[in-house]
Write a protein of this length. Structure first.
Length: 680
């Protein structure tokens, strides 16, 4: 709960900017309490994160907001309930079931725009009436209101919005004409997500929105939600996604909820600070209570001290007791193991390996060495998971070759198979594990399961009762028992809560073997990967960089491409005289010219460098002017709700700023070379 000062500060503005409020909610399923004394608020266009362990009640809160479930204490005397400021449209991505599989995707999505089509139809009717009857103030007034409503609904750009968003989710435009029933379950979920985003509700509820999205789509979604002019409530375990979008973080822990200002990282810092303060205040208060109690016990029977003893007893009774702090709920799996064998240096080599089912998706070449942790990233549909299935021989290669090194023993984790398994739903976790390792003793089985949080009565849980996160933990537990020295992991963090991801990160960081994994979780990749295998639009490329170094290298490549394109447009002048001598930016350096003595002419080099500097200065001035214009456009109030245009402008501004950084680097290089030639 917020302290009194914060509550007072918000009080004056609360009624004017509040969209939605829950007060003192109690939610129970049977005898089990899920949420207790929950207070929750949504203001203006806040972007709110709801975080907590799996099973803590995050999705329950979303269902309470949307009205799928109700509070259990509505009839109590306590002031509790739900309030909304006017009519708030609440959008929630539910389990998808499209009733008519023959309807095309475009027809299904167009249902979202029904209010727009109603406006269009009435505007057409009014236009006809005005032509027939002449000027009519009542009709003109109605027509004007309809136009304003069309603008508010983005009614004049609905088709463009639909096509842009459809492509951003990885679909080609021609798929709009396919029957919705011809898409996979995952693709249908994406279509439902597109419908939700296009409906632009006042309060958008998103439960794990980044699951099954590739990195380009996640990055696009970040930009869209950040500039969305209404409220968004997000349940997610994607830490980088939350850090880039969120204004306010609510945590559910031990059935209670607390509000923190700021994104996920700010929440963690504030939570640690609050706990430290509470522990200190609690200890000081307990010492004071003990001191007063000891004084009372010593003097309570002394006639001259009776009044003082009563006074001190009253002081204890009237103290606002500080609750004993509970440490964070950090319980998680902790299995660490040493591989059974040590592999040789070369763990896996692929040469022009063609992967796919009926047709080739990609051609892959890479070299994985001992103790490396190689992350496979890229757009969906390019063959990342297909590559892993090929390497573990679930599907055959279509061409090329791959070699698994000497002494390599691999363990393969497939998150889809782990979550959608074919286990007997009435079988216990203990028996399910025992079926795979029948020679293990009961104590060994219980110990192994305990390492992955299946302890006590949890081992008797039925397979049909397990959550997605629990199924993932069980599959990892079974895989680890073979003690492989190569872990091949396909989306291991899907369905895991943040504590689970952190535990897996720590485990992989100290793992003595080698790791090859597919993931869309950028924070997880950043923490674990020592190298990147990128599935691009046209090729697959290996980078011997960690994730942050990879991002820097990709940005440099983009900048070099832009500068080269700019230079190609400009007159090359004297640069034409020096050929086949260039640095990574396609331009000769002083060292290159020294190495090619037949070209060395100090006068010409000075002249060329001076011309280059002048050209860079001109390009920099033009870029700064363009960036200034873009910043002015971004501040235009008329564009406040035009997310597509705002994103275009922001992307263009980012490009200009990156270009300026690269130009400044090139200017510095040219100035350094001039100094080496004696040009001061």
């Amino acid at each position: 709960m917020e302290d009194g000062k914060d509550s007072k500060k918000q009080g004056s503005s609360f009624l004017s900017n509040m969209r939605y409020q829950i007060k003192h909610a109690l939610v129970q399923y049977g005898a089990n309490t899920i949420l207790e004394d929950v207070n929750f608020e949504i203001h203006d266009n806040e972007k709110i994160a709801v975080v907590g362990r799996n099973g803590c009640g995050k999705t329950t809160l979303l269902k309470l907001i949307v009205g799928d479930i109700h509070m259990n204490n509505l009839d109590s005397d306590e002031e509790c309930g739900i309030m909304m400021a006017g009519k708030q449209e609440i959008g929630f991505l539910r389990q998808i079931s499209f009733p008519d599989g023959e309807v095309t995707v475009e027809e299904e999505i167009k249902k979202t725009f029904a209010p727009i089509f109603v406006c269009e139809k009435r505007m057409g009717e009014i236009e006809t009436l005005l032509q027939q009857e002449g000027e009519n103030q009542t009709l003109l007034y109605e027509y004007d209101n309809l136009q304003k409503r069309m603008e508010a609904l983005r009614g004049y750009s609905w088709k463009q919005d639909m096509e842009v968003m459809f492509q951003q989710f990885g679909f080609p435009l021609e798929d709009l004409q396919r029957p919705i029933g011809s898409f996979s379950g995952g693709q249908q979920t994406k279509v439902a997500f597109i419908k939700l985003l296009l409906s632009r509700p006042d309060i958008m509820l998103l439960d794990e929105p980044t699951n099954h999205l590739d990195l380009p789509t996640i990055e696009w979604l970040e930009g869209y939600l950040k500039s969305y002019d209404k409220a968004v409530v997000i349940v997610s375990h994607d830490r980088m996604f939350l850090d880039r979008i969120i204004d306010v973080t609510y945590e559910i822990e031990y059935h209670r909820m607390k509000r923190y200002p700021g994104n996920y990282t700010a929440f963690l810092k504030r939570k640690e600070e609050d706990l430290a303060k509470q522990e200190k205040d609690y200890e000081l208060q307990q010492k004071e209570i003990q001191r007063l109690t000891e004084w009372i016990e010593k003097w309570k029977n002394t006639p001259t001290k009776v009044t003082a003893a009563r006074s001190k007893q009253m002081a204890i009774e009237h103290m606002v007791k500080i609750e004993k702090p509970r440490r964070f709920d950090t319980k998680t799996f902790h299995m660490m193991f040493k591989p059974r064998l040590e592999s040789y240096s070369d763990v896996l080599i692929a040469k022009k390996l063609k992967i796919g089912y009926d047709s080739e998706l990609s051609q892959v070449s890479f070299h994985l060495r001992k103790k490396e942790r190689l992350a496979i990233i890229g757009e969906n549909g390019k063959g990342k998971s297909t590559l892993l299935k090929t390497l573990v021989e679930i599907i055959p290669p279509l061409g090329g070759s791959f070699t698994i090194g000497q002494n390599v023993e691999y363990g393969y984790f497939d998150q889809q198979k782990a979550v959608v398994d074919d286990a007997d739903p009435k079988q216990s976790v203990l028996d399910n594990f025992w079926d795979v390792y029948p020679d293990m003793k009961r104590e060994e089985v219980r110990s192994a399961l305990g390492s992955f949080l299946f302890s006590g009565e949890d081992v008797e849980k039925l397979m049909g009762q397990l959550s997605g996160g629990e199924k993932v933990r069980l599959a990892l537990c079974k895989m680890m028992q073979t003690k492989p020295n190569l872990l091949i992991l396909d989306e291991p963090t899907n369905h895991m809560d943040i504590m689970g991801k952190q535990a897996l990160e720590q485990m992989l960081q100290v793992f003595e073997g080698t790791v090859l994994f597919v993931s869309h979780d950028r924070y997880f990749i950043k923490q674990v990967a020592t190298g990147i295998l990128e599935f691009g639009k046209d090729s697959v490329k290996q980078y011997d960089y960690n994730y942050e170094e990879y991002l820097i290298e990709k940005q440099k490549q983009e900048d070099r491409t832009k500068i080269q394109a700019t230079n190609n447009k400009a007159s090359l002048g004297g640069n034409q005289s020096v050929k086949n001598v260039s640095n990574s930016n396609g331009e000769p350096t002083l060292q290159d010219v020294f190495n090619k003595k037949e070209y060395y002419n100090p006068g010409k080099i000075k002249s060329r460098l001076i011309k280059q500097l002048e050209k860079y200065e001109k390009q920099l001035a033009e870029s700064e002017e363009k960036a200034g214009e873009l910043k002015l456009q971004l501040m235009d109030p008329a564009l406040a709700s035009d997310y597509h245009k705002l994103m275009e402008l922001q992307n263009a501004l980012d490009e200009e700023e990156h270009l300026q950084e690269s130009l400044l680097e090139r200017m510095l290089e040219a100035e350094t070379e001039l100094e080496e030639l004696g040009e001061v």
